[in-house]
Design a protein around this ligand. Sequence first.
Ligand code: UT7
Length: 325
Amino acid sequence: MKHLRSVVCGVGSYLPAKVVTNADLEKTVDTSDDWIVQRTGIRQRHIAGEGETTSVLATHAARAALDNAGLTAADIDLIIVATSSPDYTFPSTATQVQAAIGMTHGAAFDIQAVCSGFVFAVTTADKFLVSGSHRRALVIGAETFSRLLDWNDRTTCVLFGDGAGAIVLEAREGAGTIKDRGVLTSHLRSDGRHREKLYVDGGPSTTGTVGHLRMSGRDVFRHAVGMVADVMTDAFAATGTSAEDLDWFVPHQANRRIIDASAEKLGIAPAKIVVTVDRHGNTSAASIPLALAAAVADGRIKPGHLVMIEAMGGGFTWGSALIRW
Ligand code: UT7
């Protein structure tokens, strides 16, 4: 029996031109390059310039992914944008991207699962495509977290950056085995009891303001490794695969120590880890597609490779997806 699979047929990304190094931050915040590198692995981050809103970054990434796939907006019938830093409370960032790429058919909407947003968006798009209701989806992670940061709070402002990444998923027939190309399995979780550990202290229905990101970093750190290890174990169990079968591990890029500890817990070889946190910082929902785009562009990820993506973030939310590229 034939199975529909959501196959990645294009990838693209966009980073704002402005780069802020740890040395730049030392001039305005009571911090040091040593502290940031040792605790997080971050050396620099990109920061959006005036007029570079989340939808602008997302549109650049979307166009790059369409070009990479050899497709146009006419070929897409679904756009999902994962973001927690939308241009406006509404309409969605996805509809702004839809208009910008000149698409008037199909459907476009946002998903909000903070740093796990891209994994949630891939999973959602996959459900649409394998149901047969839609044929090709643009799945985008895009953020301008620089605009949610309290630049006087050294415990958070050194961690985040701006950017966007996108993939095109296409429904294709597979054999129903793990040799198929496409999304093989995905596993989403959330637990709203952890709200206070990572949140924004404003919003339309509470303060009427945008608010600032607040995080109890140590608490988030404490939960992160166990949570992402759980959902990756679920992905291995669902597909009968193991860490040894992976070609690439493309985790959410929040902290090099969390990435390395998660890989070690699951026995994933260091050489298989794609790391961009040093150059991008934590770009929340954009971090995984930015890392995927980097590893495709430099020739590491190739068609047929087995790629694990995973993330954990505010809510808490967490999730994994295993993709045969
Ligand atoms: O993407 C969503 C998920 N988010 C995450 O995954 C983030 C998870 N958390 C982390 O990555 C880490 O907890 C941090 C990088 C945020 C912090 O690292 P840590 O090793 O947990 O440090 P800490 O919060 O325990 O702070 C250690 C010390 C404190 O000083 P005292 O109290 O020991 O005197 C902080 O005040 O480091 C101090 N500190 C800083 N020092 C220099 C905190 N921020 C800074 C800073 N520069 N920017």
